[in-house]
Design a protein around this ligand. Structure first.
Ligand code: COS
Length: 382
């Protein structure tokens, strides 16, 4: 159920204030230390950010998609690394359970996920199964009332903090594609799980990705999400939602970069006047604004359609594709408008330029979004 307008506006205002007053001032420190401070995580928990999309009966805020993307846009106002602290709990780490979990599974985990006590991770990608995610080689072979899990997952967000993984693994080795894959809820404390060191990345320091290996991990059959062999479809539906969330954050980062550019262009003087007076600078600002508006319209429309029960696989892919490419162009122009200062760490623009690069890659590369858009368009006949 949607929030009433007043509650929705209050929520957005609260998130905006938190982003501006608490997160933005420590962006550089978080990037430097590669960690979000514990007290900030505690404040995120207090604000209910870990449970934004968890149903209210389990202690979450139960936001619908439109509300979630509105919050996502606000979150883009500070380094996207902050969002990552609770992003898996809101999105890909929890939505398989929310959409396909049994009552017993939900009872067991959702309250802890909503409060942030349990951090969740989504373990789909493998060394040999990135874009071709139906090719997962991790195996979950049935042995009585358990699946025996063996294999390796790669670049798994929040794996180092996770208490619960959603793991996509091949339960039927005779079926090569997605049809042989099942989704399992795997608690971190089961014996046989090893988490690698967080990778050194190009950007978004403070957000962590690690490899995860499973060595004869015995997962109760009751932990399966959905039917056996339905795990790939579970993952794809989780990603439909996740892609819209990522697209909203791209819009938010673009809006923030625009605010920074407009302020800088008004203050920076060359040839005896603010650079904002120059039409070539104005051209860059106009392009950024137009593209940010277009991306926002795509995201909002897809979110509303999803809330109305429409299948938005195409629209979510289109929103993610356009918004992630758009924010890359906006960040590039922001460096240009800031000039030398854009290239210098103190101003934070070069950091955002690096931070946004991953949006064109994770939760499906731009090329995969193109594939999905083309396939769906042809399926729909235009
Ligand atoms: N919702 C529901 N079902 C879906 C679906 C969706 N969004 N997408 C695919 N499916 C279903 C298909 O309908 C098909 O079902 P049937 O076998 O019953 O016909 C099945 O899943 C297999 O789909 P498809 O044939 O499209 O699979 P492919 O292997 O050809 O390709 C892509 C799927 C490329 C789209 C998929 O692998 C993908 O999204 N890759 C990127 C993965 C990704 O985002 N990784 C990031 C990791 S998370 S950070």
């Amino acid at each position: 159920m949607a929030l009433d307008l007043e509650t929705r506006n209050q929520l957005i205002e609260t998130v905006r204030r938190f982003v501006t007053e608490r997160l933005r001032p420590i962006e550089a420190q978080v990037a430097e230390n590669d960690a979000v401070p514990d007290e900030i995580v505690a404040e995120m928990r207090e604000l209910g950010l870990f449970g934004l999309t968890i149903p209210t009966e389990y202690g979450g805020l139960g936001l619908n998609m439109e509300e979630e993307v509105l919050v996502g846009i606000e979150l883009g106002g500070a380094s996207p690394a902050f969002r990552s602290a609770f992003g898996t709990n809101v999105g890909i780490g929890s939505q398989g359970l929310v959409m396909f979990g049994t009552d017993a599974q939900k009872e067991k985990y959702l309250a802890g996920i909503a409060s942030g006590e349990i951090i969740t991770s989504f373990a789909l990608t493998e060394p040999e199964a990135g874009s071709d995610s139906a090719a997962v080689q991790t195996r979950a072979i049935r042995d009585g009332d358990v699946y025996v899990l063996n294999g390796a997952k790669r670049y798994i967000t929040n794996a180092n903090k996770a208490g619960l993984f959603t793991v996509m693994a091949r339960s039927n080795p005779d079926i090569k594609g997605g049809g042989g894959v099942s989704a399992l809820l795997v608690p971190r404390d089961l014996p046989g799980i090893t988490i690698g060191k967080p990778e050194k990345k190009m950007g978004q320091q403070g957000a962590h990705i690690c490899d995860v290996t499973f060595d004869n991990v015995r997962v109760p059959v009751e932990n399966r999400l959905g039917a056996e062999g339905e795990g790939f479809k579970v993952a794809m539906q989780v990603l439909d939602r996740g892609r819209l969330h990522i697209a909203s954050v791209c819009v938010g980062v673009a809006e923030r970069l625009l605010r920074d550019c407009v302020a800088y262009a008004a203050e920076r003087k060359q040839f005896g006047q603010p650079i904002a007076n120059f039409q070539l600078v104005q051209g860059m600002i106009a392009d950024c604004k137009t593209e940010a508006l277009a991306a926002k319209a795509l995201v909002m429309d897809a979110a509303r359609q999803r809330d109305a029960g429409v299948n938005v696989t195409l629209e979510a892919a289109a929103a993610k594709y356009y918004a992630s490419e758009m924010v890359g162009r906006v960040a590039d122009r922001a460096v240009q408008i800031f000039g030398g200062a854009g290239y210098v760490a103190d101003y934070g623009i070069e950091r955002l330029y690096r931070d946004v690069r991953i949006f064109r890659i994770y939760e499906g590369t731009s090329q995969i979004q193109q594939v999905i858009i083309a396939r769906e368009t042809m399926k729909r006949g235009g």
